[in-house]
Design a protein around this ligand. Structure first.
Ligand code: GTP
Ligand code: MG
Length: 433
């Protein structure tokens, strides 16, 4: 098990270690669930993190045990099974409290990593831009700070003797105090830098808003095919991978529908139980979604119905949480190339409002364009203007943003009949005839 920079257990070191080194990590999975035993998403997360899975145990309970996550009998079972499977780490499908984590490590005699640490680790490995790296570091530090506090009392009790982590770096208490202070300073510095980046982003957005191009944001569960859809609709080459959280940084591209330009933004995917530290840290990035004129909610329609509904709910909840709950949105049912005619009919029945597409084959994309256009058309206002020849520059702008533009040169100026976004129509009011 490798230890992170802050002494935390994480399944992989921040992006640096080669895949073969990571695969040496053999994880035994545990979960407290109300029903079922499906840990496929956690497996998928670990696959993305390059960790092998050697077994799993699920305990059915209403809620996790407050001290040890699982009950005592199940714990003993896990201890034996994990040992038999030669696991060197236990990964839990929920975020553990510092106390639960500490107790589990003691009971099981093996490193324990929770879902949040796993996701943070994947984010750390996938962050490319300066902003992305700042956001992930902030989220990791905040997560770690809570654990330091826990570990501190732990060390006190053990008199500074521990199997690793902070105890190897110094004599317990005073070292932890120093670490905590350093972490707090670093958190404050990161927040300041992110504020600055946020300012830059606001300036860019203001520029785009001045151009009055309609803003469309792609939102959806991780791996739903958002980046593939952005590429298919705009002819770009944004990175696509069959792994979770491939995209962390927002990318904006121009999209033409019927001669009218739109801005389409691809951004970070959502997941069930998304660590709240990440939602906080990615606030500026998520703003692209919050301020969009239209959100395309992309879902993997080839997923089993239960999974699909759960993914839809997780995304809706997250949109709500980031303050984008009131934005107009369109449901995009992606990956229908994987479905046969019956399954497509069933899907149409379940989600009559959704547009069925395949970002991979291009099927349904024309219809999607039409639906996007209609969504904006509903907000357009019809105008009839007379622009003096001295205002020739404005004609170019109108050509960019107007729908159904008709112009006729007359003695007094250019006579224009068009449909305009409300904000622009207002600015042209004084030329109205
Ligand atoms: N069969 C099929 N596969 C698709 C389709 N669209 C995307 N994929 C695949 O789904 C996987 C994920 O695609 P991405 O575009 O990276 O998904 P994303 O939503 O951007 O994922 P994150 O950035 O990780 O949140 C890739 O392996 C794609 O090739 C589709 O319409 N049909
Ligand atoms: Mg992506």
């Amino acid at each position: 098990m490798e230890r992170g920079r802050n002494g935390r257990n994480t399944p992989t070191r921040n992006g640096a270690s080669p895949p073969e080194a990571r695969a040496k990590q053999r994880a035994y999975l545990i979960a407290a669930l109300e029903t079922g035993d499906d840990l496929s998403e956690l497996r998928e997360l670990l696959r993305t993190a390059g960790v092998a899975v050697v077994g799993q145990a699920v305990q059915h309970r209403d809620k996790p045990h407050p001290n040890t996550y699982l009950g005592p009998g199940k714990l003993e079972e896990v201890r034996i099974a994990a040992k038999a499977a030669d696991a060197n780490v236990v990964v839990c499908d929920d975020e553990l409290s510092p106390r639960q984590e500490r107790n589990l490590e003691k009971e099981l005699g093996i490193s324990v990593v929770d879902r949040t640490a796993t996701i943070l680790d994947i984010f750390a490995a996938h962050a490319n831009t300066a902003e992305g790296k700042l956001q992930v570091e902030l989220a990791q530090l905040e997560y770690n700070l809570a654990r330091m506090r826990g570990l501190w009392t732990h060390l006190e009790r053990l008199g500074g003797v521990s199997s690793g982590g902070f105890a190897t770096r110094g004599p317990g208490e005073s070292q932890i105090e120093t670490d905590r202070r350093l972490a707090r300073d670093r958190i404050a510095a990161l927040r300041r830098r992110l504020e600055h980046v946020k300012g830059t982003r606001a300036v860019q957005r203001a520029e785009r808003e001045r151009a009055h191009l309609p803003q469309v944001a792609l939102a959806g569960y991780t791996n739903a095919g958002k980046s593939t859809l952005l590429n298919a609709m705009t002819g770009s080459a944004v990175g696509v991978r069959n792994r979770l959280f491939h995209t962390l940084d927002p990318t904006t591209r121009q999209l033409q529908i019927d001669g009218r330009p739109y801005l389409l933004t691809d951004t970070v995917g959502f997941i069930r139980k998304l660590p709240h530290q990440l939602v906080d840290a990615f606030g500026a990035t998520l703003e692209e979604t919050r301020l969009a004129d239209l959100i395309l909610h992309v879902v993997d329609a080839s997923a089993e119905e239960d999974d699909r509904l759960e993914m839809l709910r997780a995304v809706e909840d997250t949109l709500e949480e980031i303050g984008a709950g009131d934005r107009p949105r369109l449901l995009v049912l992606n990956k229908v190339d994987q479905l046969d005619a019956d399954q497509r009919n069933e899907l149409r029945h379940r989600h009559p409002e959704g547009v069925q597409v395949s970002a991979l084959t291009g099927e349904g994309l024309d219809e999607l364009s039409v639906v996007v256009e209609q969504a904006f058309a509903r907000t357009l206002e019809s105008v009839e203007l007379l622009l003096p020849y001295s205002e020739g520059g404005r004609l170019a702008e109108l050509h960019d943003v107007a729908g159904d533009l008709h112009r006729e040169d007359t003695a007094e100026g250019v006579h224009v009949v068009a449909r305009l976004p409300a904000a622009i129509a207002e600015r042209y009011q004084r030329f109205s005839v």
